[in-house]
Design a protein around this ligand. Sequence first.
Ligand SMILES: *[C@@H]1O[C@H](CO)[C@@H](O)[C@H](O)[C@H]1NC(C)=O
Ligand SMILES: *[C@@H]1O[C@H](CO)[C@@H](O)[C@H](O)[C@H]1NC(C)=O
Length: 293
Amino acid sequence: MDQGSSCGSNSNCKSWIVYGLVTGAAIAAAAIGAAFSIRGSGKFRSRVIGIIPARYASSRFEGKPLVHILGKPMIQRTWERAKLASTLDHVVVATDDEKIAERCRGFGADVIMTSESCRNGTERCNEALEKLEKKYDIVVNIQGDEPLIEPEIIDGIVKALQGAPDAVFSTAVTSLTPEDSTDPNRVKCIVDNHGYAIYFSRGLIPFNKSGKVNPNFPYLLHLGIQSYDSKFLKIYSELAPTPLQLEEDLEQLKVLENGYKMKVIKVDHDAHGVDTPEDVGKLEALMRERNLV
Ligand SMILES: *[C@@H]1O[C@H](CO)[C@@H](O)[C@H](O)[C@H]1NC(C)=O
Ligand SMILES: *[C@@H]1O[C@H](CO)[C@@H](O)[C@H](O)[C@H]1NC(C)=O
């Protein structure tokens, strides 16, 4: 079973992770003084909530969060994984749908009702955050359609954001397989030497001079999990769309185009998201094969 924050046999990316963390720690140490004077609290961005946004209506897959994956609703599987993350103080489901809310309360989840008008998961997270009584420094947006998300990945992006005070956003990438390299639905990412995102694209980046995929280049695939500084989350939803965001139809580009920094961690993870009813069977087969029942 894959574990987050390690890169298996690729020693190149291992050293990159370690480098990112060490650098982050150094920056964090420098910024702790500032955090003290602002809030009088010792640990930077210490209060963390995981929010699983879930809506019933979906153009591609009606009722998706409640679809059963080997006998359990998909959203319950996501929630159980999220509960295992040690950095989350609290996990909630944010939904506009009573059926989903009822099922989630049934297996013990806390639920926040959000309005039907939320256009996307980010907006739903923001509304949920505003409705919570307690204040949080970091919000992790956990997509309900990644039921096998490793708790280590959640912890990894939280720690990355805590260790990088100059970043407002953190996310994860994994190795891109050659078969996926030209698929525009697989979003590629490039990062700088310190593990900050340079760019995300539906096209292959970097692009080899030969015009062909370079089998030796460690291309990176973006995973749909992200965490934000909660103050930034408000700004994020209000930022006007930007040219590169609109051209690629990638929400996160808005962050980079406005000059904000985004920390990226590299993890080992087979993406097995559920987008269509056909994906359910594929995921179940994979879980049986790996004995994940
Ligand atoms: C492009 O890819 C090839 C391998 O396919 C590699 O040898 C070469 O260094 C890469 N870069 C350039 C600029 O050709
Ligand atoms: C999500 O909603 C926000 C508003 O909160 C908007 O700025 C953004 O463009 C939306 N993203 C998508 C992918 O629809």
